[in-house]
Design a protein. Structure first.
Length: 275
């Protein structure tokens, strides 16, 4: 009778000891995770979750007809404007298509790039972030005209570090700030995120109506080929650019282009849906 309680004590003590170890381990892990969070360090599970949806199409997007233009691993489908190959000066970095800054503006680097197919009525969606003082742009309805740069035929969704780049103070009423129709219509509201943060963009072109959205808000709306459009262009620096006035040419379609303006800029989640 005296021996049985001793066995009972030992069988109870062992599970309690193990529970103590488990509790201590969980506490230590929780504290470590809190330390990482306070230090701005993401856990591995968060990193996997963040990267899992990058440069991919969901089942719903596939059903809706979205087409992925960049898979995060290759430059397939892209080439230099006016070139047959993909230029030096652009690289893939952490799942993003990056133009490497030359420090020489448009005079240096690999030059602008375009996607191989032309699009007419569409919705383009992507994310961008810019380096300090950075400048770039997204072209649409571009024609590839020998001897002419891309911007002579294509409207441009401006990409800019509004806080540092002097372009933000030039133009008229902020029409050179981020998400503006460059040098023509200012983005309103001006909602670009700080340098280093990703901005979400949508550009819709449908039968001449063009809509710029940035970070969930419509910031520009205008109508191509109308009398109002022609008057606006006639009162701008583009006034003598016939191909710009007639953006998209006779067929009202063109290339999607990304600009090399000599600064570090990143693009990802580039996808398009024909309308």
């Amino acid at each position: 009778m005296k021996y049985l309680p001793k066995i009972k004590k030992k069988t109870i003590a062992l599970p309690l000891f193990l529970l103590g170890v488990i509790f201590t381990g969980c506490k230590d892990q929780k504290e470590a995770n809190n330390d990482n969070e306070n230090a701005g360090i993401e856990t591995n599970s968060e990193e996997v979750e963040d990267k899992a949806g990058l440069n991919t199409l969901s089942a719903k997007e596939k059903e809706e007809g979205w087409q992925l233009l960049f898979d995060g691993e290759s430059t397939e489908g892209w080439r230099g404007y006016g070139k047959e190959s993909f230029p030096d000066g652009w690289v893939i970095e952490d799942g993003a298509l990056k133009v490497q800054g030359s420090g020489a503006g448009e005079a240096g680097g690999g030059g602008d790039i375009i996607y191989k197919d032309e699009f007419k009525d569409f919705e383009l969606s992507l994310e961008w972030k810019v380096s300090e003082g950075g400048n770039s742009g997204i072209f649409y309805l571009a024609e590839e005209i020998e001897g002419e740069p891309i911007y002579t035929s294509a409207p441009e969704f401006q990409i800019l570090d509004n806080e540092r780049h002097p372009d933000a103070r030039l133009g008229k009423d902020g029409n050179r700030k981020s998400a503006s129709l460059y040098d023509l219509i200012p983005a309103d509201p001006q909602n670009a995120k700080p340098v280093g943060d990703w901005n979400e963009v949508s550009i819709i072109v449908y039968r001449g109506t063009v809509i710029h959205t940035q970070n969930g808000e419509t910031v520009v709306e205008y109508h191509l080929w109308t009398d109002e459009w022609k008057e606006m262009v006639a009162n701008s620096k583009f006034k003598d650019w016939e191909n710009f006035v007639n953006a998209g040419g006779d067929d009202k379609k063109g290339y999607i282009g990304l600009q090399d303006h000599g600064d570090d800029v990143w693009f990802r989640n580039i996808k398009i849906k024909k309308l």
